[in-house]
Structure formats: C-alpha cells, structure tokens
Write a protein that binds this ligand. Structure first.
Ligand code: UT7
Length: 352
C-alpha cells in the first residue's frame, strides 16, 4: 500500500467571549495580578457563559476547522474529542458533537487524558490514517474547566480557562503529518492532579460535596517538578523517532500551563525561548485545548506556518506525557534554522 500521511487541512479554535482578568480574581480570592504573572505568566483566561457547554464549544471549533478544510461533516470517518470535562459522565460528549455537527452515523469517542489528551488523540488519528482505515478525521481538544475548579481555592482557580480547538486530519500522499511521537504514563503520581469525588471511587454525597471534593485538587509543586523532568525527555524521544534534532524544528508548541515550566524546559532542551510558541498569558491553562488553541492563534498571527516543523509537547494528569513532531501541510518553502536562533540561516526551496 502506498504510504499515507495525515495532513492537517483544517484548524479552528473557539474561546468564550467572557474574559476574567487577574485583577478580577483579586476580588474573589486572596491573590494578586503580580503573583499570578510572576509564578505562571497568566494575565487572563476566558470563561464559558451560562448557555455554553463543552459540546457547544467543541462544535464551534469543529465547524471552523471543517470550513477551513472545505469538508462537510457528513464526509468525516471518525470524531475524537479529547476532554475530561464533558457535559455528562454519560453520554460521551463526542456523540453530542457528532449530532450537533450533523455528521450522521459517524463514529465518535472521547479520549479522556487531561492535558495530554489532544496529543494522544492526534497520534491515534494518525494510526487510523497511516493504516489505511480512515481518510477524514476530526480531532478536538475541549475543556470547560471553570465548572470543575473551586473558585475559593487560590491554588487552582487562577490557573485554568475554558476553550476548544480542532484539527481536521486527511489522508495525503505527500510527506507531512506526525513524523514521530512519544507517549507515557506514571500512575504513581495520580493523586497530584485529582478530582477525588467525581467518579465511581468516591461518589458525590452531601459530605464530599460540602468538602468540595468534586473539584480539581492539585499538588502544584510536584506537578511542576514532574513537568520540568519529562518535557525534555519525551521531546528527545519524538525527535529520535522522526530522525531529527532540535535544530530541525521551527517552533516548539508546549502545553500552555505555566511560563516558568516552559522556560525550564527551554533550558533543558538548550533551545532559546524565541523558538517556543507561548500563549499562556491570553488563555491560561486550557488542558486538552491548550495546544490546538495555541497553534490556531500562532497561525493567525503568522508566528508559525503550515509547513513549519513543530514539536508539540505536553504533560498532565495521570500523570501522563506526550510529544509529537508535526508538519501540518507538505513542504512548500521551508526556513531551516541551524544556528539555534530565529534568524534563518539557510532557506531551501522544495518543490510542492
Ligand atoms: O496542566 C497541568 C496542570 N498543572 C500545572 O501545570 C501546575 C504546575 N505547577 C505550577 O504551575 C506551580 O506550582 C503553581 C503556579 C501552581 C504554584 O507556584 P509555586 O511557585 O510552585 O508556588 P507554591 O505552590 O510553592 O506556593 C508559594 C506560596 C504559598 O504560600 P506560602 O506557603 O509560601 O506562604 C502559597 O500558599 O504562594 C501561595 N499561593 C498564592 N499566593 C497568591 C498559592 N497560590 C497563590 C495565589 N496567589 N493564587
């Protein structure tokens, strides 16, 4: 069989209109704009309105991605929604999205893996494409975290935001897509990010509800240490699989959780911060939506282009990690950076 690549033909993001700034949060909990900026790099986050749900946000991002790809929802072969904040425990939000898009009878499932969910979904979609099973796959990363955080807990409520991002991946004969990936999990750290009373282990009752055990709790320092340990390692594994080095990468798109984590990762990777796409100041941590939303923003602002070689890298609850070397579209004209800076040293023109 001819080799089939997963080309990203469509991309779209949806962020709710309402913006909650750090100054707004100062009126809600004992915190300050300066503390939040210094410790996280976050300036604001978007918060879903009362009529919005994970399904409506996912569907809007998906509609934008499908329009870009010029593809009708009925032509989809598969829908994957990466989220841990679906509208209900059951049914899966993926079926609601499938219905709202009018994607009649298209298979759909949720991939619940916290902040690494979108990269797990991307690599899963790639397997269906390269295996020749499906041609058109919709991948969504969507989170409505504002309904899962305790708005009286300053340790967590300042960190998160709501958003959705979507990619359309289509089979192509031209080299592009996921060139290498790495995924991993270490459940021994599972208590470090947990909503204790949201599942079958500890069903919500009056006591757990009063104690707020249905909300996300986090050991921030442990997650921070884990992230700085793992981001460089998983990135190197993806690069090795792709047969590339950091010099072959135009832009690193990390999970947008904390600017200090990104800076620590840059140090470990020995890559200057200019080569990282950073959007955490605008959206805060939107978990599974963070990477696709950052990419959509970067494409719109011109910071990245479709044939850039991107290194996507994430960490999150589980604890889990994932990374992937992705070139969204086939090479047209590539800038190759060999001196580790943003300045192009060699520009090579490759025929499309
Ligand atoms: O997607 C993955 C999800 N999780 C993450 O990415 C989280 C990773 N961890 C982090 O980003 C950081 O650990 C945090 C931003 C959560 C916290 O930063 P930190 O530098 O690790 O602070 P800390 O937890 O060591 O707390 C330092 C102090 C504490 O006060 P004391 O005990 O030193 O008196 C906290 O109580 O800062 C206090 N603090 C705050 N102060 C003002 C914690 N949250 C706040 C706040 N405003 N919002």
């Amino acid at each position: 069989m001819e080799k089939r690549y997963g080309r990203i033909t469509g991309w779209g993001a949806y962020v709710p209109e309402k913006v909650l700034t750090n100054h707004d949060l100062e009126k809600m909990v004992d915190t300050s704009h300066d503390w939040i900026v210094q410790r996280t790099g976050i300036h604001q986050r978007h918060i879903a309105g009362p009529d919005e749900t994970n399904a409506t946000m996912s569907t809007e991002a998906a509609r934008r991605a499908l329009a870009k790809a010029n593809l009708d929802a009925t032509e989809l072969d598969l829908i994957i929604v990466a989220t841990t904040t679906g509208d209900y425990i059951t049914p899966a939000v993926s079926s609601q999205v499938q219905h709202m898009l009018g994607a009649t009878d298209v298979p759909a499932f949720v991939l619940a893996n916290g902040c690494t969910g979108f990269l797990y979904a991307l690599t899963t979609a790639q397997q269906f494409i390269s295996g020749g099973v499906y041609k058109n796959i919709l991948i969504i990363g969507s989170e409505l975290l504002s309904r899962y955080v305790d708005w009286t807990d300053r340790n967590t409520c300042v960190l998160f935001g709501d958003a959705a991002g979507a990619f359309v991946m289509q089979a192509s004969n031209e080299p592009c897509g996921v060139y290498g990936f790495d995924m991993g999990s270490d459940g021994s750290g599972s208590e470090n990010i947990i909503a204790p009373a949201m599942g079958s282990a500890e069903p919500v009752n009056a006591t757990t509800f009063a104690e707020g055990r249905q909300f996300i709790r986090m050991n921030g320092r442990e997650v921070f240490k884990f992230a700085t340990r793992i981001l460089g390692r998983t990135s190197q594994r993806s690069l090795d699989q792709a047969g590339m080095s950091f010099n072959d990468i135009d832009c690193i798109v990390p999970h947008q959780a904390n600017l200090r984590i990104i800076q620590a990762a840059a140090k470990v990777m020995d890559v200057p911060m200019e080569r990282f796409l950073v959007k955490v100041h605008k959206y805060a941590n939107t978990s599974a939506a963070s990477i696709p939303v950052a990419i959509c923003d970067g494409l719109e602002s011109g910071e990245i282009s479709l044939d850039d070689r991107l290194l996507l890298v994430s960490f999150g609850s589980g604890l889990t990690w994932a990374s992937a070397v992705l070139q969204m579209a086939p090479t047209r004209q590539r800038q190759v950076y060999t001196n580790g800076t943003k300045a192009p040293v060699v520009a090579e023109l490759v025929a499309a």
